[in-house]
Design a protein. Structure first.
Length: 294
């Protein structure tokens, strides 16, 4: 027993055991169960294997529209939630920036707000009535009121505004943490060589922040495709006009819970997992994370 307690060969396995247990219970087992369920017809009290019928049933215009909506939302959110937080982080890390702590706190506060509360507030602010905040604002400039949540691209824009409002501060903090690890001597050496602000940003800041950028990019891809609560709260349910706010997870919720078809819901979950894994793998490959260091 004494030799086991002080065994150097056994110690690494003991330390990684909590991760292996939690990974197996909370990730591997649910994924395997969902994969098996996706080939079953599940009704209360009985299940039976039906092959790939659930996957065949997913080939319909509604699910394809959900995939399209999620892909567009993810792509547009990446265009906003990567460069803008990076620039804000650079500004807040600058020596000449005043009230740094105030702006850091202000930009991070939305992340502490419940998505349910935020979605409800945005639904009221972007309502169709003339008295709603956004319609009041645009009509004061002589423009016509808009059906913000009734038109496809206006609804998508509202989702993106909500995403930026909520996640901008978190991504900014990631980049600020990376900026703190860049030595000041590197910038000072560049200034001695005559580098201007843009040269330092393009040739020092961006390359050295590559690991942080890859991480933010990866979690943003997953967050974009897994988005559901924001859409659900904006349209006060999972039934937006002409499914303009329907996402992949929204379709999973509709099929698995609203229609009590857990087999279809499991198939949607496996498809979502496959999409995110493929996109993440391609993205990491493009960033060169699978190349051997020289």
């Amino acid at each position: 027993m004494s030799s086991l307690l002080y065994s150097q060969k056994l110690a690494p396995y003991v330390f990684v055991l909590p991760f292996i247990i939690s990974f197996s219970v909370f990730f591997a087992y649910p994924v395997i169960s969902a994969f098996i369920m996706s080939f079953q017809e599940i009704v209360p009290g009985s299940t039976k294997f039906i092959g790939i019928e659930n996957y065949k049933e997913l080939w319909n215009p509604t699910f394809l529209k959900a995939i399209k909506n999620s892909a567009i939302y993810t792509a547009l959110s990446l265009l906003l939630l990567i460069p803008i937080p990076l620039v804000l982080a650079v500004f807040l890390n600058s020596k000449v920036m005043m009230f740094k702590n105030f702006f850091r706190s202000t930009l991070f506060i939305p992340a502490l707000t419940s998505v349910v509360v935020a979605g409800t507030i945005f639904r009221l602010a972007f309502g169709e009535l003339e008295g709603s905040l956004m319609n009041t604002l645009i009509t004061s400039f002589g423009l016509d009121k808009q059906r913000w949540l009734g038109e496809r691209w206006l609804g998508m824009m509202t989702l993106l505004i909500l995403a930026c409002w909520r996640w901008m501060g978190i991504n900014m903090l990631y980049f600020m943490a990376g900026l703190q690890n860049i030595s000041k001597e590197v910038y000072e050496s560049a200034e001695i060589d005559g580098a201007n602000i843009w040269n330092k940003f393009a040739n020092i800041t961006v390359p050295l922040l590559k690991p942080i950028t890859v991480y933010v990019f990866t979690i943003s891809i997953y967050g974009g495709f897994a988005m559901f609560t924001e859409s659900y709260m904006l349209w006060n349910g999972n039934r937006s006009p002409k499914d303009i706010g329907l996402t992949i997870v929204g379709y999973l919720y509709r099929s698995g819970w609203e229609q009590n078809n857990l087999g279809i819901g499991a198939a949607v979950g496996i498809v979502l997992l496959a999409i995110t894994m493929i996109i993440t793998f391609v993205q990491l490959n493009l960033f060169g994370l699978f190349k051997k260091e020289e």
